[in-house]
Design a binder for this molecule. Structure first.
Ligand code: ADP
Ligand code: MG
Ligand code: MG
Length: 884
């Protein structure tokens, strides 16, 4: 019977390899479907059949195999016997079988394979007659009894090992391969006795063995390890597994036999050269689990040149057919090559990119398929340095807040970070948490570690913006700033000692870890250029300085979605900011502000120039004023000790006046502007006059002025009037009318729900999804993310961390409402996300679905956003095939 004349499916529960196709994974499991596909392609696959997942589901439902199964198995077995000219249990020409489990998804924890089924003392004479090799015949019995006992009857593997080692020791030989055949016979019989003693006797009838083995595979679907694995991987519990029953072929028939595993390309580097391991005179698991060291695949040519060439041909054929990296198992039996398995090969991040792009060049796949074959996580690995090896004993671990890895000496204050960096040292800033005061120290550091705070804490947000690695909220870490040391349990490290951190893994390690540095990758650039052709979402970068803008532009940003102006109020400018905030007269305030304004204008000229005409969205001051003021507690302590002079006493009173119970809900954003219009006017003047200056010089920038934390259209009207009136002032002074767009953050639920009104006033909405999430859930992001979210996830009261991935049902719904209502008012409304979610692939998919104009994220995440935006477009739409 040839493949083309095979009957459609006469059987319900059993399908020959000749009947199936790769597309039938649901019914045949992954392994069975691929064995069928190789058979269909004409590759040399030992004949066999698949007991389907239907049969397994029937078994699981009824607690027993379906009635028809025995007859169907018997009929299929008869086919195998006819094809091979041998019979199961026959004493003259015995057929041996392999029984292999195979679910739709590869699932460790399920029943292993039973090889050599049918090899019993009664069939040994027949096996010797077929092979001329008594050693082989008894070895087959020994292997079968051990696998059957272990896998089907539950005998502990160690018990067989003990007997094996005893036999090897008694014979005084190096390993079981040197045991004389009579010793091997004794060992095989010993295994049979042991099995009877510890489990139940191995049935003499191989048909009964087969029945039990199939049932054991079905049963193992509900074993505790398999269940746990499914729960972890989100694999449904009702899929069931298939069982593949196949004629055995022998790689252990002597020097003309071998077995091996191979990849059609190198799964570590992606190099288009077959890769793998093989062993002469060995069977199945010997390659992966045996005591002998396998040879690299390249050497197969030395012993088996013809078979090696044939194997390469099959790998090429499989790749051409499946257009994927093939991971295969093969066996050479007495010179004849057999293919035992193929599946899509797992690969490293670097290999994923190389294979995807190479396959486009080889015309195996199109650019769209290539884009789907690299995950954002893999890209993340490629873009940042990381630990070269997994650390054995990390010092502590915490939130993986900002990717990358670094080593340096511990410092616990920002001032020391700056000092030591200036002296040429690499430093890691370790703090309980960070505040705007620490910014200079953070800029100076190679990386940061905090003991408190979550993934949207100050440290996390700033580190991501700077592109420095950070691990935050390391619960068992104590940072003793006074003593200049950090402690984890009994381990104490002093300032100046070296640590390393991996911000992608959330790990901190004592000492210097070897790092793998990312390398510029021409293939990755090509992949990203294909992503740019496919994606509909624009991708912008968040950048606070001219250098950040340049980084974002280099990483592919089409605009700057968020310039946080807080940066312009810190460091050396802090005294001026404080003078303005604490001024007791309008004149004093105006003096301080005008000095600031001049400096900020310089900042903006550089920043806008770096954007080279791309849109730049500048957000007016957002944080509560107390972030710029000295610490209230410290002042109070000093006051209590009587240490305050008159000036500092006035400072204390002013700080007290600005202090708030709940600053995140306090005088910040547009409210700060309304309380202190001079502050916002100075910012807008600095920005628009910078813009006018560049325009006059022939380099007109595209400026968008954005106001944060708006809730009402009254606030927006106030803002719009302020900007227009400042623009008039600037025109009067410079003679150039500044060109600008107006934008508002949408980050309160009220703003989102009234987007239809707000869109009357502005050209753009930018969703500040951090605040919007915080306010929609009523969860304080700083306190809650580190402490509560992990518990809520463990308890399944939260499905995912809403600060990491946009909450699709709630927060995203608000975004959708605001965007739709806004566009109804103003069809040209620009909409984007500029919160942390802008760089998260799942959130980017939501932004695409809602139809926003862009997402904006830190420069380091831009390549990921470009890929994720393309993948979202490919998944949700029919993107017309582009050519490479
Ligand atoms: P796994 O999923 O653990 O790889 P397999 O079902 O592929 O399990 O089988 C385990 C081992 O047995 C593999 O090395 C495989 O090559 C070998 N094997 C499976 N079926 C046969 C067969 N028909 N003849 C020879 N070796 C086989
Ligand atoms: Mg396998
Ligand atoms: Mg905000």
């Amino acid at each position: 019977m040839s493949a083309t004349t095979a009957p459609a499916t006469a059987h319900r529960y059993v399908r020959s390899f000749r009947e199936g196709r790769a597309s039938e994974r649901d019914l045949l499991g992954g392994k069975g479907a691929n064995l069928a596909e190789m058979t269909y392609l004409g590759l040399p696959v030992p004949p066999g059949f698949t007991v389907t997942t239907d049969a397994c589901r029937a078994y699981l439902a009824a607690g027993d195999v379906p009635d028809e199964l025995a007859a169907e198995v018997a009929a299929s077995l008869a086919d195998l016997e006819e094809a091979s000219g041998r019979r199961l249990g026959d004493t003259d020409a015995p057929l041996l079988l392999s029984v292999r489990s195979g679910a739709k998804f590869s699932m460790p924890g399920m029943m292993d394979t039973v090889l050599d089924l049918g090899a019993m003392p009664a069939t040994v004479p027949g096996l010797i007659a077929l092979t001329g090799d008594p050693w082989f015949a008894w070895d087959a019995v020994r292997r079968f009894v051990e696998m059957f006992g272990r896998v089907v009857l539950g005998v502990p593997a160690e018990r067989y090992d003990e007997q094996l080692h005893a036999a090897v020791a008694a014979a005084g030989v190096p390993d079981e391969r040197s045991l004389p055949a009579p010793d091997l016979e004794a060992l095989a019989r010993g295994f049979l006795d042991l099995t009877a003693e510890l489990g139940t006797p191995v049935p003499d009838d191989p048909h009964e063995q087969l029945r039990l083995a199939i049932e054991a595979v079905f049963r193992s679907w509900n074993g505790s390890r398999a269940k746990a694995y499914r729960a972890m991987e989100g694999i449904p519990d009702d899929l069931g597994t298939a069982v593949n029953v196949q004629v055995m072929v022998f790689g252990n028939l002597g020097e003309r036999s071998a077995t091996g595993v191979a990849f059609s390309r190198d799964p570590a580097t992606g190099e288009p050269v077959p890769y793998g391991d093989w062993l002469q005179n060995a069977q199945g698991e010997d390659v992966v689990a045996g005591t002998r060291r396998p040879e690299p695949l390249a050497s197969l040519d030395d012993t088996f040149p013809q078979q090696a060439e044939e194997l390469r041909g099959y790998m090429r054929q499989l790749e051409a057919h499946s257009t994927e990296l093939a991971d295969i198992e093969f066996t050479i039996e007495d010179g004849k090559l057999w293919m035992l398995q193929t599946r899509v090969g797992k690969r490293s991040a670097a290999a994923a990119v190389r294979i995807a792009v190479d396959m486009v060049d080889e015309a195996l796949i199109g650019p769209e398929q290539a884009l789907a074959r690299v995950t954002p996580d893999q890209l993340e690995q490629l873009l940042h340095p990381r630990f070269a090896e997994q650390p054995d004993t990390p010092l502590t671990s915490g939130g993986a807040a900002s990717p990358g890895a670094a080593s340096g000496v511990i410092v616990v204050t920002a001032a020391e970070a700056v000092r030591r960096t200036e002296a040429g040292e690499d430093v890691i800033l370790v703090r309980p948490e960070t505040s705007p005061d620490d910014l200079e120290g953070m800029v100076a550091s190679k990386g940061m570690v905090t003991s408190r705070g979550g993934l949207v804490s100050h440290a996390a947000v700033v580190a991501r913006g700077l592109g420095r690695p950070a691990v935050v909220g390391c619960g068992d870490l104590e940072v003793d700033v006074e003593a200049g040391e950090i402690r984890v349990g009994d381990t104490v490290l002093r300032v100046g000692e070296t640590i390393s951190l991996d911000g992608s893994a959330g790990l901190v390690v004592v000492g210097e870890m070897p790092l793998i540095e990312p390398e510029p990758d021409e293939r990755l650039e090509r992949l990203l250029s294909w992503a740019d052709l496919v994606r509909r979402l624009h991708v912008h970068g968040n950048a606070d300085t001219a250098e950040d803008v340049a980084r974002a532009v280099a990483a592919g940003a089409q605009g700057i979605g968020l310039v946080r102006t807080e940066h312009q109020f810190l460091g050396a400018r802090l005294p001026l900011v404080r003078a303005a905030l604490l001024a007791d007269s309008d004149e004093a305030e105006a003096d301080a502000l005008s000095a600031l304004e001049a400096q900020q204008r310089e900042d903006f000229v550089a920043l806008l120039a770096a954007a080279q005409g791309r849109p730049v969205t500048v957000r007016l001051l957002d944080p509560p004023a107390h972030e710029f003021l000295p610490d209230l507690t410290e002042l109070r302590v000093a006051a209590a000790r009587g240490e305050l002079d008159d000036d500092r006493q006035r400072l204390l009173e002013a700080v007290e006046a600005h202090s708030e119970h709940d600053p995140m809900l306090g005088i910040r954003g547009v409210r700060l502007g309304i309380m202190r219009p001079a502050l916002y006017r100075a910012q807008v003047r600095a920005l628009l006059s910078a813009s006018a200056e560049l325009t006059a010089a022939g380099d007109p920038p595209l400026v968008e002025v954005m106001v944060p934390l708006v809730s009402t259209s009254g606030e927006l009207r106030w803002f719009v009037e302020l900007v227009h009136s400042v623009a008039d002032e600037v025109e009067a002074v410079t003679g150039t009318a500044p060109v600008y767009r107006l934008a508002t953050m949408i980050e309160t639920p009220r703003a989102a729900l009234t987007g239809g009104f707000l869109a009357n006033f502005v050209d753009a909405f930018s969703f500040g999804t951090n605040d919007l999430t915080q306010l929609t859930f009523g969860l304080s992001r700083d306190d809650v993310q580190a402490r509560f979210v992990p518990v809520a996830l463990a308890e399944h009261t939260l499905a995912s961390d809403p600060f990491r991935t946009l909450d699709a049902a709630g927060v995203a719904r608000l975004v959708e409402i605001a965007a739709a209502d806004g566009r109804a008012t103003n069809p040209d409304l620009i909409t984007g996300i500029c919160g942390e979610h802008g760089g998260d692939p799942a959130s980017i998919a939501i932004a695409h679905r809602i139809g926003l104009t862009h997402v904006s994220c830190s420069p380091a995440r831009l390549p990921i956003a470009r890929l994720a935006a393309a993948q979202a477009a490919l998944e949700m739409e029919d993107v017309p095939a582009a050519s490479s």
